[in-house]
Write a protein that binds this ligand. Sequence first.
Ligand SMILES: Cc1cc2nc3c(=O)[nH]c(=O)nc-3n(C[C@H](O)[C@H](O)[C@H](O)COP(=O)(O)O)c2cc1C
Length: 204
Amino acid sequence: MQVYRPLPIDEEIKLNSKKIIVSKTDKNGNILYVNDYFCKVTGYEANEVIGAPHNIIRHPDMPKAIFYLMWRTIESGGNITAVVKNLSKSGKYYWVTTDFENHRDIRGEIDSYIAFRRPASRKIVNAIEELYQSLLDVEKKHGMEASLVYLQGYLDERHTNYNEFIEGIVKPKSLMEKLFSLMKKSFIHSNSNNYSSNTYRHAV
Ligand SMILES: Cc1cc2nc3c(=O)[nH]c(=O)nc-3n(C[C@H](O)[C@H](O)[C@H](O)COP(=O)(O)O)c2cc1C
């Protein structure tokens, strides 16, 4: 599948904090489902992204180490609250905080992943942007292994791990966090027939 790669421009897309951006992928990260808000924000029609690898919205400012950590966590059945800068079709960017869930087949093996995203607050972006820039610089000079070591050192110094580091920034649990949990639950409840099926379709 030919994947369109827009040229990044330094313009931010303002996100609606009352909406969530949802996508589902197979276990290799190929998109199976996106909700309407995903399409609105990214500028892609569902049929342009379904079947495409999720890196279609990868922003070049994102360090590889974060995706490595993300995949390692979700492949082992865990969740990571990942702060991600994404690239829309227009080249504009948007920052999100993403939570993952997995779906298992009847043998109990993971067959797909679902990502729920909400806007990342300015506080989170300010706290993370400098770290990501450092990781990117290390990656450019010495590769991803070195940036993973840098990330681990950064977290060790603060006696934390990535998830706790992010949680620490959003604490105390804000009203928006609670609203996000409710939106996620309500999305799962009202869309379970659509997004949990493995058919390639766009719904909601
Ligand atoms: C459910 C799910 C959602 C994902 N969402 C994003 C996303 O919003 N942005 C992104 O850049 N990568 C996302 N990824 C990770 C991509 O699959 C990919 O690892 C990442 O874009 C790095 O691409 P690269 O390995 O080609 O550098 C997601 C993966 C999964 C499983």
